[in-house]
Design a protein around this ligand. Sequence first.
Ligand code: MG
Length: 357
Amino acid sequence: MTDISKLGEFGLIRHLTDNIKIKNESTIKGVGDDCAVLHYPDSEVLVTTDMLMEGVHFDLTYIDMQHLGYKSAMVNISDIFAMNGTPRQLTVSLALSKRFKVEDLKQFYSGLRLACDKWGVDIVGGDTTSSYTGLAISITCIGEARKEDIVYRNGAKDTDLICVTGDLGAAYMGLQLLEREKSVYYQQVDEARKKNDKRALESLKDFQPDFAGKEYLLQRQLQAEARGDIIARFRELNIHPTAMMDISDGLSSELMHICKESNCGCRVYEKNIPIDYQTAVMAEELNMNVTTCALNGGEDYELLFTVPIGDHEKIEQMDGVKLIGHITRPELGQMLVTRDNQEFELKAQGWNPLADK
Ligand SMILES: [Mg+2]
């Protein structure tokens, strides 16, 4: 393992950004000067930024540096798609404590580059600095869209259809699974320590968590995917959503954002919420209500959008898109209709990083 100080800041940047090939016409200058230079003569420019802190947003006992790099890029790219835009450039800043080595950073960058290559995004800059406590990641993604193509959160209208892509709750269940296995591991370590059982302690080094039959949940937690395929499909089918956002904090909370911004109500049907089989099995194992998990679990990075009712047939042609309800007048509130036809007001219990835990 190589200490970062051995390369120095400039050596490190060169090492990590070497052989990056620029893919976009809008990137005039990438890494290697005081600033990146971008050129967007005919488009609106979209900018999104995200900060991820070790211990708050990720736990390096679950996720390796390559997956972390991939996910950090994807969640930003997802926000550009959520505006119906095309992601183009990305900058990345890292604060690192001494335990991180050059090899860790190379892993992180390889994940980052994989995600960027997937969606044709150029890495055009960044910064690395030191931290006393763990890892902090700040990523900014820049994209473009024609003015008339941009989809905001505030355009949903009474009778519009509410749609979601993919399935919900699996990433949250993946996190529950990782936390369960982690606590099993520490329980065994504790017991071995209490008994002073050196042999048991030694064999725990090879501890194998039990993920059998739950691979999809892990993948959804560790390998977020932005839904650029859906944006491309909108273009093919000539669909222009009236409102859209990506689901990062849970369906419930995102629906409330759209309703608030669009000044409308909504009616969502529990039976229509897409849930994978593995999510349902895991929820049952943990004695959790699977609908609650799908409504409030975060990190799905699926798209939530509304379209005029006249687009019904077009939506039916889209694979992996589910109609979950419709928009109503604001005075009707934000309602969930359960399988047994009861009605509840939707509550946003979405993950709030600023709330007390
Ligand atoms: Mg978003």
